[in-house]
Design a protein around this ligand. Sequence first.
Ligand code: SF4
Length: 74
Amino acid sequence: MTLHRIRGGPRLSVDNDRCERFGTCEWEAPGLFELGRDGRLRYRRRVSDEDAERAAAAARCCPMQAIVVRGVPG
Ligand code: SF4
């Protein structure tokens, strides 16, 4: 997991080269991540400060460490 502070509020990104579509992130943060039937992982690029905590939890749970959360309030 990687946490960075930047301007403009929390943002999510997923490294598609690392992601193995396990879906753990969707379990941890439903509504932020969604693994579709087509196998594609969709996720919100921008999240609220409140959702940033759930996004960070999903990042910690990702077995591939594919999720990056930037702009976490502090
Ligand atoms: S938990 Fe990580 S590896 Fe699994 S689908 Fe989510 S981003 Fe991809």
